[in-house]
Design a protein around this ligand. Structure first.
Ligand code: LLP
Length: 414
């Protein structure tokens, strides 16, 4: 299952990663179907089977094969743009399986989603609510809305992926949410169905999640005392994964998820609960497979230069994120240095001051945890084509699930 060494060579399930590189070139993202299925099963057991509605946050990875797989486990989809909406439609999600989140939705985006009749909108500001009301009135539709509340809870994660603090741009203050809910009649085309919170991403401590549950228990009690009735609470995503030991079993996180659902269902028992996980489903299901172009020394700094770059995986440059590095061919010796890409920026580093296996030119260098916010955050900076994605199926087939962008495609935009 997943990624492991077989005779000192790194395999994905029963496929040698060298075979993937030979067939599809590098850099390439390689996904394990068995890990994707196991992750989906964990989320199904912990949440869906216990009555919690799950919308997969497609921003983590919007590959159609992955979306179809998760949908087959009963997950809806959380979208944040017209592009993600079009992808959801393309996959065949029904209107009732889609919710639309995001801090700034355009007139066109709201109209598209209203016309399709999506399940609900997670609204983040009064101006958005007013725009939605006016669009809905023009179209003669009613929109279901969960108001996104900013609870000012510290998720204890990287500042760039913290979203539930007052200083973050997300959601509305509790005062404004209360005000809007007690003035629902001012919005005749809006059904105020509930409240949504998402406090951050890659949250490894359980306390912030419990703080959120307690906060919502108090907030909803207050609403009930004001005779405001809502039916739905969306607790967002944010479950963290193990980047340090990415090939370890995800199942170690199951007790933490189960305990969380138990507490949420006990303390918020009047409500239909929803979650929107992204990362936990995909992060450790894939690696980025790269070719070593060469090694060099500048002063006392040692560098391994690869053909993959921050254009394929921006997380280390953007968040100082740790991604484990492996050599496809196991090495006995190691050397401390940086793994860098060819992009013309000093920040184009995938690992810094790391003890690395001793790499040589033409070796395959594998960067782990490349399933979430990797391909989906890819760019064509330096006119580097977007890299392909290969799924290793349970039957051992190497299935190309996104092809490498061609130079022609890139140039044709201009
Ligand atoms: N719901 C909302 C409203 C969100 O904004 C997000 C993520 C999610 C759900 C899914 O969160 P997850 O379960 O994946 O933590 N690019 C960053 C992460 C950005 C997360 C943005 N919002 C990274 O690579 O760490």
């Amino acid at each position: 299952m997943g990624f492991s060494y077989v005779n000192d060579r790194l395999f994905c399930q029963n496929v040698d990663l060298a075979a993937v590189a030979q067939k599809f070139g590098t850099p390439t993202y390689v996904y394990s179907e068995s890990i994707l299925k196991r992750n989906a099963q964990v989320i199904k057991n912990c949440f869906i089977d216990r009555g919690v509605q799950v919308s997969y946050a497609m921003k983590a990875n919007s590959n159609p094969e992955i979306l179809k797989l998760f949908r087959s486990y009963g997950m809806g989809v959380d979208i944040v743009s017209a592009g993600e909406f079009k992808m959801a439609q393309h996959i065949g999600y029904k209107a009732g399986e889609i919710n639309f989140a995001g801090v700034g939705k355009t007139n066109e985006e709201l109209t598209l989603a209203l016309e399709f009749g999506i399940d609900h909108f997670n609204v983040e500001s009064q101006f958005e609510l007013e725009l939605l009301e006016s669009r809905a009135a023009i179209l003669g539709k009613n929109a279901s809305v969960l108001l996104r509340l900013n609870p000012d809870i510290d998720p204890q994660t990287h500042p760039h992926i913290s979203t539930g603090l007052k200083k973050n741009k997300f959601g509305m203050s509790p005062e404004l949410v209360r005000h809007l809910l007690t003035h629902a009649k001012d919005y005749p085309h809006i059904n105020f169905d509930g409240i949504h919170c998402h406090i951050g991403s890659q949250i490894l401590r359980s306390q912030p999640f419990y703080d959120l549950i307690d906060y919502l228990a108090l907030f909803t009690a207050d609403l009930r005392s004001l005779n405001v009735e809502i039916a739905h609470l969306d607790l967002g995503g944010g479950f963290g994964v193990n980047y340090m030991d990415p090939f370890e079993d995800i199942l170690e996180t199951t007790p933490y998820l189960e305990a969380y659902v138990d507490v949420a269902q006990k303390k918020l028992s009047q409500y239909q609960l929803h979650i929107q996980p992204g990362r936990v489903l995909v992060a450790n299901s894939a690696v980025l497979l790269n070719r070593v172009l060469g090694t060099k020394v500048n002063g006392d700094h040692y560098f391994v230069v690869i053909d993959g770059a921050t254009t394929d995986l921006i997380r280390p440059a953007l968040y100082d994120a740790y991604h484990a590095i492996y050599s496809h061919q196991k090495r006995e010796t190691s050397r401390t240095g940086d793994v860098v890409g060819p992009v013309c920026e000093s920040s184009d580093a995938l690992a810094k001051q790391r003890e690395l296996p001793e790499f040589c030119t033409d070796d395959l260098l594998v960067i782990a945890s490349a399933g979430a916010y990797a391909s989906s955050m890819g760019s064509t900076y330096n006119l580097r084509p977007l890299s392909p994605e290969v799924l290793i199926t349970e039957a051992g087939e190497m299935k190309l699930i996104k092809r490498r962008q061609s130079f022609k495609e890139m140039i044709s935009l201009y």
